[in-house]
Design a binder for this molecule. Sequence first.
Ligand code: SF4
Length: 409
Amino acid sequence: MDVNASALSPRRLTRQIAVGSVKVGGDAPISVQSMTTTKTADVEGTLAQIYALAANGADIVRCTCNDEGAAEGLAQIVPRSPVPIVADIHFHVEMALAALEAGVQGLRLNPGNLRKPAEIRLVASEARDRGVPIRIGVNAGSLHPDIYERFGGATPEALVESARLELAYFEEVDFSDVKISVKASSVATMIAAYRLASATFDHPLHLGVTEAGPLPGGLLKGTAGIATLLAEGIGDTLRYSLTADPVEEAKAGRQLLEVLGLRERKGLDLIACPSCGRAEVDVIKVANEAQIALEELNIPIQVAVMGCVVNGPGEARHADLGIAAGKKRGHLFIQGQIIRVVPEDEMVSALVEEAKKIADEGVAARLAARDVSAEAEAEADRAALLDARGADANHAAERITRIRRRTGA
Ligand code: SF4
Protein backbone atom coordinates (compact mmCIF):
# COMPACT_ATOMS: atom_id res chain seq x y z
CA MET A 1 0.00 0.00 0.00
CA ASP A 2 1.55 3.33 -0.96
CA VAL A 3 1.43 6.79 0.54
CA ASN A 4 -1.80 7.61 -1.34
CA ALA A 5 -3.73 4.84 0.34
CA SER A 6 -2.34 5.65 3.79
CA ALA A 7 -3.67 9.22 3.37
CA LEU A 8 -7.21 7.86 3.02
CA SER A 9 -9.42 7.04 5.98
CA PRO A 10 -9.12 3.43 7.10
CA ARG A 11 -11.48 1.16 5.23
CA ARG A 12 -14.72 0.44 7.12
CA LEU A 13 -14.83 -3.24 7.94
CA THR A 14 -17.70 -5.09 6.29
CA ARG A 15 -18.68 -8.74 6.10
CA GLN A 16 -17.09 -10.65 3.28
CA ILE A 17 -19.05 -12.41 0.59
CA ALA A 18 -17.86 -14.32 -2.48
CA VAL A 19 -19.11 -13.58 -5.98
CA GLY A 20 -17.76 -16.76 -7.54
CA SER A 21 -13.97 -16.50 -7.24
CA VAL A 22 -14.02 -12.79 -6.31
CA LYS A 23 -14.26 -11.91 -2.62
CA VAL A 24 -16.11 -8.67 -1.85
CA GLY A 25 -15.93 -6.88 1.49
CA GLY A 26 -13.76 -7.39 4.55
CA ASP A 27 -10.11 -7.10 3.59
CA ALA A 28 -10.65 -8.16 -0.04
CA PRO A 29 -9.29 -5.75 -2.67
CA ILE A 30 -11.95 -3.30 -3.85
CA SER A 31 -13.29 -4.83 -7.04
CA VAL A 32 -14.33 -3.25 -10.33
CA GLN A 33 -17.59 -4.09 -12.07
CA SER A 34 -19.16 -3.24 -15.39
CA MET A 35 -22.16 -4.35 -17.39
CA THR A 36 -22.49 -5.70 -20.91
CA THR A 37 -24.53 -3.78 -23.48
CA THR A 38 -25.12 -6.72 -25.82
CA LYS A 39 -28.25 -8.86 -25.88
CA THR A 40 -27.44 -11.63 -23.41
CA ALA A 41 -28.98 -14.17 -25.82
CA ASP A 42 -26.12 -13.28 -28.20
CA VAL A 43 -23.65 -15.59 -26.49
CA GLU A 44 -20.60 -14.92 -28.68
CA GLY A 45 -21.12 -11.15 -28.77
CA THR A 46 -21.63 -10.99 -25.02
CA LEU A 47 -18.58 -13.16 -24.32
CA ALA A 48 -16.44 -10.96 -26.57
CA GLN A 49 -17.51 -7.93 -24.54
CA ILE A 50 -16.93 -9.73 -21.23
CA TYR A 51 -13.38 -10.61 -22.33
CA ALA A 52 -12.76 -6.97 -23.31
CA LEU A 53 -14.08 -5.78 -19.95
CA ALA A 54 -11.94 -8.28 -18.05
CA ALA A 55 -8.85 -7.27 -20.05
CA ASN A 56 -9.46 -3.64 -19.10
CA GLY A 57 -9.88 -4.10 -15.37
CA ALA A 58 -13.34 -5.56 -14.63
CA ASP A 59 -13.29 -8.20 -11.89
CA ILE A 60 -17.04 -8.96 -12.11
CA VAL A 61 -19.41 -8.43 -15.06
CA ARG A 62 -23.18 -8.04 -14.96
CA CYS A 63 -25.49 -9.08 -17.79
CA THR A 64 -29.18 -8.42 -18.04
CA CYS A 65 -31.47 -11.41 -17.64
CA ASN A 66 -34.67 -9.99 -19.04
CA ASP A 67 -36.13 -12.92 -20.96
CA GLU A 68 -35.82 -16.64 -21.53
CA GLY A 69 -33.29 -16.19 -24.33
CA ALA A 70 -31.08 -14.20 -21.97
CA ALA A 71 -31.31 -16.88 -19.28
CA GLU A 72 -30.39 -19.58 -21.80
CA GLY A 73 -27.53 -17.40 -23.00
CA LEU A 74 -26.26 -17.09 -19.43
CA ALA A 75 -26.12 -20.88 -19.12
CA GLN A 76 -23.60 -20.89 -21.97
CA ILE A 77 -21.78 -17.69 -20.99
CA VAL A 78 -21.07 -18.53 -17.34
CA PRO A 79 -18.73 -21.50 -17.94
CA ARG A 80 -16.79 -19.62 -20.65
CA SER A 81 -16.45 -16.29 -18.85
CA PRO A 82 -13.05 -15.25 -17.43
CA VAL A 83 -14.80 -13.43 -14.53
CA PRO A 84 -17.87 -14.11 -12.35
CA ILE A 85 -21.21 -13.18 -13.90
CA VAL A 86 -24.02 -11.38 -12.09
CA ALA A 87 -27.53 -11.45 -13.57
CA ASP A 88 -29.45 -8.18 -13.48
CA ILE A 89 -33.08 -8.71 -12.52
CA HIS A 90 -35.82 -6.12 -12.54
CA PHE A 91 -39.50 -7.08 -12.77
CA HIS A 92 -39.72 -10.83 -13.21
CA VAL A 93 -39.15 -13.33 -10.44
CA GLU A 94 -39.00 -16.11 -13.04
CA MET A 95 -35.93 -14.47 -14.55
CA ALA A 96 -34.18 -14.47 -11.17
CA LEU A 97 -34.92 -18.18 -10.78
CA ALA A 98 -33.90 -18.88 -14.39
CA ALA A 99 -30.60 -17.02 -13.89
CA LEU A 100 -29.89 -19.17 -10.83
CA GLU A 101 -30.63 -22.25 -12.95
CA ALA A 102 -28.15 -20.88 -15.51
CA GLY A 103 -25.43 -20.98 -12.84
CA VAL A 104 -24.69 -17.27 -12.38
CA GLN A 105 -22.38 -16.33 -9.51
CA GLY A 106 -24.55 -13.44 -8.33
CA LEU A 107 -27.92 -11.73 -8.70
CA ARG A 108 -28.81 -8.08 -8.60
CA LEU A 109 -32.39 -7.36 -7.52
CA ASN A 110 -33.96 -3.92 -7.73
CA PRO A 111 -36.32 -3.66 -4.73
CA GLY A 112 -38.28 -0.92 -6.47
CA ASN A 113 -39.15 -3.21 -9.36
CA LEU A 114 -39.52 -6.65 -7.78
CA ARG A 115 -41.97 -5.87 -5.01
CA LYS A 116 -43.95 -8.91 -3.82
CA PRO A 117 -42.57 -10.14 -0.48
CA ALA A 118 -43.35 -13.80 -1.27
CA GLU A 119 -41.37 -13.55 -4.52
CA ILE A 120 -38.45 -11.82 -2.83
CA ARG A 121 -38.34 -14.53 -0.15
CA LEU A 122 -38.51 -17.23 -2.84
CA VAL A 123 -35.52 -15.82 -4.74
CA ALA A 124 -33.55 -15.37 -1.50
CA SER A 125 -34.25 -19.01 -0.49
CA GLU A 126 -33.12 -20.34 -3.87
CA ALA A 127 -29.99 -18.18 -3.78
CA ARG A 128 -29.28 -19.31 -0.19
CA ASP A 129 -29.54 -22.98 -1.16
CA ARG A 130 -27.12 -22.47 -4.04
CA GLY A 131 -24.67 -20.23 -2.15
CA VAL A 132 -25.23 -17.36 -4.59
CA PRO A 133 -25.01 -13.80 -3.21
CA ILE A 134 -27.51 -11.07 -4.06
CA ARG A 135 -26.96 -7.36 -4.46
CA ILE A 136 -29.81 -5.27 -3.17
CA GLY A 137 -29.56 -2.65 -5.88
CA VAL A 138 -31.59 0.37 -4.78
CA ASN A 139 -31.89 3.11 -7.38
CA ALA A 140 -33.26 6.59 -6.71
CA GLY A 141 -34.99 6.58 -10.10
CA SER A 142 -37.01 3.43 -9.40
CA LEU A 143 -37.72 3.64 -5.70
CA HIS A 144 -40.78 1.80 -4.37
CA PRO A 145 -43.69 4.33 -4.58
CA ASP A 146 -44.68 3.78 -0.92
CA ILE A 147 -41.20 4.66 0.28
CA TYR A 148 -40.99 7.60 -2.12
CA GLU A 149 -44.19 8.97 -0.66
CA ARG A 150 -43.28 8.29 2.97
CA PHE A 151 -39.97 10.16 2.69
CA GLY A 152 -41.21 12.84 0.32
CA GLY A 153 -38.85 11.84 -2.49
CA ALA A 154 -35.76 9.80 -3.23
CA THR A 155 -33.86 11.07 -0.21
CA PRO A 156 -30.78 9.33 1.19
CA GLU A 157 -32.96 8.06 4.06
CA ALA A 158 -35.51 6.67 1.58
CA LEU A 159 -32.81 4.80 -0.37
CA VAL A 160 -31.40 3.22 2.78
CA GLU A 161 -34.89 2.34 4.03
CA SER A 162 -35.58 0.52 0.76
CA ALA A 163 -32.42 -1.57 1.25
CA ARG A 164 -33.32 -2.22 4.90
CA LEU A 165 -36.81 -3.53 4.02
CA GLU A 166 -35.43 -5.84 1.33
CA LEU A 167 -32.80 -7.12 3.72
CA ALA A 168 -35.53 -7.87 6.29
CA TYR A 169 -37.31 -10.11 3.74
CA PHE A 170 -34.03 -11.91 3.09
CA GLU A 171 -33.41 -12.40 6.79
CA GLU A 172 -36.83 -13.98 7.19
CA VAL A 173 -35.49 -16.89 5.15
CA ASP A 174 -32.11 -16.78 6.87
CA PHE A 175 -30.23 -15.28 3.95
CA SER A 176 -27.62 -12.58 4.46
CA ASP A 177 -25.16 -13.22 1.65
CA VAL A 178 -25.77 -9.70 0.47
CA LYS A 179 -24.13 -6.56 -0.83
CA ILE A 180 -25.96 -3.28 -1.05
CA SER A 181 -26.02 -0.30 -3.39
CA VAL A 182 -27.98 2.94 -2.91
CA LYS A 183 -27.33 4.74 -6.17
CA ALA A 184 -28.62 8.10 -7.33
CA SER A 185 -27.79 10.28 -10.31
CA SER A 186 -27.27 13.21 -7.93
CA VAL A 187 -23.74 12.98 -6.58
CA ALA A 188 -24.67 14.73 -3.33
CA THR A 189 -27.62 12.37 -2.70
CA MET A 190 -25.54 9.34 -3.50
CA ILE A 191 -22.74 10.37 -1.14
CA ALA A 192 -25.19 11.01 1.70
CA ALA A 193 -27.01 7.72 1.03
CA TYR A 194 -23.83 5.65 1.12
CA ARG A 195 -22.62 7.37 4.28
CA LEU A 196 -25.91 6.45 5.91
CA ALA A 197 -25.81 2.92 4.50
CA SER A 198 -22.30 2.48 5.86
CA ALA A 199 -23.49 3.53 9.32
CA THR A 200 -26.57 1.27 9.07
CA PHE A 201 -25.31 -2.02 7.55
CA ASP A 202 -22.19 -4.11 7.91
CA HIS A 203 -22.77 -5.67 4.50
CA PRO A 204 -20.36 -4.81 1.68
CA LEU A 205 -21.30 -1.73 -0.33
CA HIS A 206 -21.29 -1.50 -4.13
CA LEU A 207 -20.61 2.14 -5.08
CA GLY A 208 -21.90 4.00 -8.10
CA VAL A 209 -23.44 7.18 -9.44
CA THR A 210 -26.28 5.96 -11.61
CA GLU A 211 -27.06 7.33 -15.07
CA ALA A 212 -23.95 9.50 -14.94
CA GLY A 213 -24.11 10.06 -18.70
CA PRO A 214 -21.55 10.36 -21.50
CA LEU A 215 -17.87 11.29 -21.20
CA PRO A 216 -16.41 13.48 -19.84
CA GLY A 217 -19.24 14.61 -17.52
CA GLY A 218 -20.19 11.04 -16.60
CA LEU A 219 -16.64 10.27 -15.62
CA LEU A 220 -16.48 13.40 -13.47
CA LYS A 221 -19.75 12.62 -11.68
CA GLY A 222 -18.78 9.00 -11.09
CA THR A 223 -15.36 10.00 -9.79
CA ALA A 224 -16.73 12.77 -7.56
CA GLY A 225 -19.09 10.35 -5.85
CA ILE A 226 -17.04 7.17 -5.76
CA ALA A 227 -13.68 8.77 -4.87
CA THR A 228 -15.20 10.84 -2.07
CA LEU A 229 -16.58 7.71 -0.45
CA LEU A 230 -13.45 5.65 -1.00
CA ALA A 231 -11.42 8.41 0.66
CA GLU A 232 -13.71 8.04 3.68
CA GLY A 233 -13.07 4.29 3.75
CA ILE A 234 -16.53 3.46 2.38
CA GLY A 235 -16.98 0.97 -0.45
CA ASP A 236 -16.04 -2.60 -1.31
CA THR A 237 -16.80 -2.78 -5.03
CA LEU A 238 -17.72 -0.16 -7.63
CA ARG A 239 -19.14 0.52 -11.04
CA TYR A 240 -18.98 3.61 -13.21
CA SER A 241 -22.31 3.94 -15.10
CA LEU A 242 -21.30 5.66 -18.32
CA THR A 243 -23.16 6.21 -21.55
CA ALA A 244 -20.17 4.89 -23.44
CA ASP A 245 -18.46 1.68 -24.45
CA PRO A 246 -18.47 -0.30 -21.17
CA VAL A 247 -14.73 -0.83 -21.58
CA GLU A 248 -14.47 2.83 -20.48
CA GLU A 249 -16.28 1.92 -17.25
CA ALA A 250 -13.86 -0.90 -16.52
CA LYS A 251 -10.83 1.27 -17.32
CA ALA A 252 -12.10 4.14 -15.19
CA GLY A 253 -12.83 1.89 -12.22
CA ARG A 254 -9.46 0.26 -12.36
CA GLN A 255 -7.60 3.53 -12.85
CA LEU A 256 -9.42 5.20 -9.99
CA LEU A 257 -8.39 2.42 -7.61
CA GLU A 258 -4.82 2.56 -8.90
CA VAL A 259 -4.45 6.33 -8.54
CA LEU A 260 -5.82 6.13 -4.99
CA GLY A 261 -3.29 3.41 -4.23
CA LEU A 262 -6.08 0.93 -3.49
CA ARG A 263 -5.07 -1.55 -6.20
CA GLU A 264 -1.63 -2.36 -7.54
CA ARG A 265 -0.88 -0.79 -10.90
CA LYS A 266 -1.34 -3.34 -13.68
CA GLY A 267 -0.65 -1.14 -16.65
CA LEU A 268 0.55 2.23 -17.83
CA ASP A 269 0.34 5.44 -15.81
CA LEU A 270 1.06 8.21 -18.29
CA ILE A 271 1.74 11.59 -16.81
CA ALA A 272 2.23 14.59 -19.05
CA CYS A 273 2.73 18.28 -18.46
CA PRO A 274 -0.20 20.49 -19.45
CA SER A 275 2.09 22.29 -21.89
CA CYS A 276 2.75 26.02 -21.92
CA GLY A 277 4.55 28.62 -23.95
CA ARG A 278 7.86 26.94 -23.20
CA ALA A 279 6.84 23.69 -24.94
CA GLU A 280 9.10 22.68 -27.79
CA VAL A 281 6.66 20.12 -29.26
CA ASP A 282 2.93 19.50 -29.54
CA VAL A 283 2.69 17.86 -26.10
CA ILE A 284 -0.92 16.76 -26.57
CA LYS A 285 -0.08 14.92 -29.80
CA VAL A 286 3.06 13.25 -28.40
CA ALA A 287 1.27 12.28 -25.15
CA ASN A 288 -1.66 10.75 -27.06
CA GLU A 289 0.65 8.81 -29.38
CA ALA A 290 2.71 7.60 -26.43
CA GLN A 291 -0.46 6.58 -24.54
CA ILE A 292 -1.69 4.43 -27.45
CA ALA A 293 1.70 2.84 -28.13
CA LEU A 294 2.58 2.15 -24.49
CA GLU A 295 -0.87 0.92 -23.42
CA GLU A 296 -0.50 -2.00 -25.80
CA LEU A 297 2.57 -3.21 -23.91
CA ASN A 298 0.58 -3.88 -20.71
CA ILE A 299 3.57 -2.99 -18.55
CA PRO A 300 3.09 -1.54 -15.03
CA ILE A 301 5.15 1.57 -15.61
CA GLN A 302 4.84 5.31 -15.01
CA VAL A 303 5.91 7.32 -18.06
CA ALA A 304 6.21 11.10 -18.33
CA VAL A 305 5.88 13.25 -21.45
CA MET A 306 7.17 16.77 -20.80
CA GLY A 307 7.07 19.69 -23.18
CA CYS A 308 10.46 21.22 -22.45
CA VAL A 309 13.86 20.13 -21.31
CA VAL A 310 14.32 23.06 -18.95
CA ASN A 311 11.71 22.01 -16.40
CA GLY A 312 10.60 18.59 -17.65
CA PRO A 313 13.06 16.00 -16.33
CA GLY A 314 13.21 17.59 -12.88
CA GLU A 315 9.45 17.92 -12.51
CA ALA A 316 8.95 14.30 -13.58
CA ARG A 317 11.89 12.78 -11.75
CA HIS A 318 9.59 10.38 -9.90
CA ALA A 319 8.52 8.74 -13.18
CA ASP A 320 10.12 5.44 -14.15
CA LEU A 321 10.73 6.76 -17.63
CA GLY A 322 10.15 10.00 -19.45
CA ILE A 323 10.91 12.20 -22.40
CA ALA A 324 11.32 15.97 -22.53
CA ALA A 325 11.37 17.98 -25.75
CA GLY A 326 14.01 20.52 -26.69
CA LYS A 327 15.54 21.99 -29.84
CA LYS A 328 14.13 19.32 -32.20
CA ARG A 329 15.40 16.59 -29.92
CA GLY A 330 14.01 14.55 -27.07
CA HIS A 331 15.82 13.91 -23.81
CA LEU A 332 15.01 10.41 -22.67
CA PHE A 333 15.31 10.05 -18.92
CA ILE A 334 14.91 7.38 -16.24
CA GLN A 335 13.99 8.66 -12.80
CA GLY A 336 15.19 12.14 -13.79
CA GLN A 337 18.59 11.02 -15.18
CA ILE A 338 19.16 11.62 -18.90
CA ILE A 339 20.05 8.34 -20.61
CA ARG A 340 19.82 9.24 -24.29
CA VAL A 341 19.13 12.16 -26.63
CA VAL A 342 16.96 11.21 -29.63
CA PRO A 343 15.64 13.06 -32.71
CA GLU A 344 12.20 14.65 -32.21
CA ASP A 345 10.44 12.25 -34.59
CA GLU A 346 11.75 9.26 -32.62
CA MET A 347 10.49 10.40 -29.20
CA VAL A 348 7.56 7.99 -29.01
CA SER A 349 9.40 5.00 -30.47
CA ALA A 350 12.30 5.62 -28.07
CA LEU A 351 9.89 5.61 -25.13
CA VAL A 352 8.34 2.33 -26.27
CA GLU A 353 11.71 0.68 -26.83
CA GLU A 354 13.02 1.80 -23.44
CA ALA A 355 9.83 0.78 -21.62
CA LYS A 356 10.23 -2.75 -22.98
CA LYS A 357 13.87 -2.84 -21.89
CA ILE A 358 13.00 -1.60 -18.39
CA ALA A 359 10.37 -4.36 -18.14
CA ASP A 360 12.94 -6.97 -19.22
CA GLU A 361 16.09 -5.72 -17.49
CA GLY A 362 14.97 -3.41 -14.68
CA VAL A 363 15.67 0.27 -13.96
CA ALA A 364 19.17 -0.20 -12.48
CA ALA A 365 20.44 -2.10 -15.53
CA ARG A 366 19.03 0.51 -17.92
CA LEU A 367 20.58 3.35 -15.95
CA ALA A 368 23.92 1.54 -16.05
CA ALA A 369 23.59 1.18 -19.84
CA ARG A 370 22.97 4.89 -20.43
CA ASP A 371 24.80 6.91 -23.05
CA VAL A 372 27.48 8.67 -20.99
CA SER A 373 27.58 11.68 -23.31
CA ALA A 374 23.79 12.23 -23.07
CA GLU A 375 23.84 14.43 -19.97
CA ALA A 376 26.38 16.84 -21.54
CA GLU A 377 24.35 17.02 -24.77
CA ALA A 378 21.20 17.65 -22.78
CA GLU A 379 22.88 20.36 -20.73
CA ALA A 380 23.96 22.09 -23.95
CA ASP A 381 20.35 22.01 -25.23
CA ARG A 382 19.06 23.40 -21.94
CA ALA A 383 21.65 26.19 -21.93
CA ALA A 384 20.85 27.12 -25.54
CA LEU A 385 17.12 27.23 -24.79
CA LEU A 386 17.57 29.29 -21.67
CA ASP A 387 19.75 31.66 -23.63
CA ALA A 388 17.23 31.93 -26.49
CA ARG A 389 14.22 32.25 -24.20
CA GLY A 390 15.84 34.00 -21.29
CA ALA A 391 16.39 37.73 -20.90
CA ASP A 392 16.41 38.35 -24.68
CA ALA A 393 12.90 36.99 -25.11
CA ASN A 394 11.61 39.83 -22.95
CA HIS A 395 13.88 42.41 -24.66
CA ALA A 396 15.30 43.05 -21.24
CA ALA A 397 18.02 45.51 -22.30
CA GLU A 398 15.49 47.83 -24.01
CA ARG A 399 13.07 47.56 -21.10
CA ILE A 400 15.75 48.39 -18.58
CA THR A 401 16.70 51.48 -20.59
CA ARG A 402 13.05 52.59 -20.62
CA ILE A 403 12.65 51.93 -16.89
CA ARG A 404 15.74 53.99 -16.16
CA ARG A 405 14.43 56.80 -18.35
CA ARG A 406 11.20 56.89 -16.32
CA THR A 407 12.88 56.68 -12.98
CA GLY A 408 15.64 59.07 -13.94
CA ALA A 409 18.27 56.60 -12.80
S1 SF4 B 1 7.35 20.99 -18.64
FE1 SF4 B 1 7.94 22.80 -19.79
S2 SF4 B 1 6.40 22.92 -21.42
FE2 SF4 B 1 5.57 21.56 -19.90
S3 SF4 B 1 4.30 22.88 -18.62
FE3 SF4 B 1 6.33 22.71 -17.61
S4 SF4 B 1 7.46 24.49 -18.38
FE4 SF4 B 1 5.69 24.23 -19.75
